[in-house]
Design a protein around this ligand. Structure first.
Ligand SMILES: Cc1cc2nc3c(=O)[nH]c(=O)nc-3n(C[C@H](O)[C@H](O)[C@H](O)COP(=O)(O)OP(=O)(O)OC[C@H]3O[C@@H](n4cnc5c(N)ncnc54)[C@H](O)[C@@H]3O)c2cc1C
Length: 151
């Protein structure tokens, strides 16, 4: 899909089968849609446009697509995510899209994340009751306490 050209990459999505092509004679048939940036947003836009029967070209400034969510490979062949990424959404249509793309490769994992703040572990994503209980009203509402790290 990707074509390296110096430091830049283009990803050309052909129209995908199973979706209605653009109506014949439609100007959108002749000119490709252009997406700037091959991060998750740009690749999703490209994918959905291709599914809608449009020709799409995604321009990526880097030599690899993926944006902040990309996996890089070091000289020894080890693979690293730029940030430890996991996927979570409450939006059914977003979840369905991921399942559609990933199929059997979509791995479900229970996971707990917490923020270590002034000696306390706060649940992440933040929960109002947990934050109030652990920080208390003084630390929660006093900006000076937050910046001076009052203990
Ligand atoms: C450490 C870290 C951990 C994260 N963890 C999570 C997580 O667990 N779960 C989660 O959902 N999200 C996580 N995120 C956030 C997630 O990575 C971003 O929300 C997501 O990458 C945003 O996608 P994007 O396509 O909007 O932008 P980006 O990922 O920033 O992609 C933009 C792309 O556009 C390219 N570009 C920019 N300008 C041009 C140009 N002029 N021409 C061509 N190309 C251009 C860039 O090179 C880049 O590839 C994390 C982010 C970081 C940094």
């Amino acid at each position: 899909m990707g074509k390296g050209g110096g430091m830049a990459t283009t990803a050309e999505f052909p129209a995908l089968p199973g979706d209605a092509p653009a109506p014949a004679g439609d100007a959108r048939d002749r000119k490709p849609y252009v997406v700037i940036g091959g991060g998750p947003a740009g690749l999703t836009a490209g994918y959905l446009l291709a599914k809608a029967g449009r020709r799409v070209i995604v321009f990526e400034a880097d030599e690899q697509v993926g944006g902040l969510a990309k996996t890089v490979v070091d000289a020894d062949g080890y693979r690293f995510d730029l940030g430890g990424h996991r996927f979570f959404t409450k939006a059914t249509e977003v979840n369905d899209l991921w399942l559609e793309i990933m199929g059997d490769e979509f791995l479900m994992r229970p996971r707990m994340s917490r923020i270590f703040w002034n000696g306390k572990y706060l649940d992440y994503p933040l929960k109002g009751t947990d934050v109030i209980k652990k920080l208390g009203p003084v630390e929660l509402f006093c900006p000076a306490c937050r910046t001076c790290g009052r203990r």
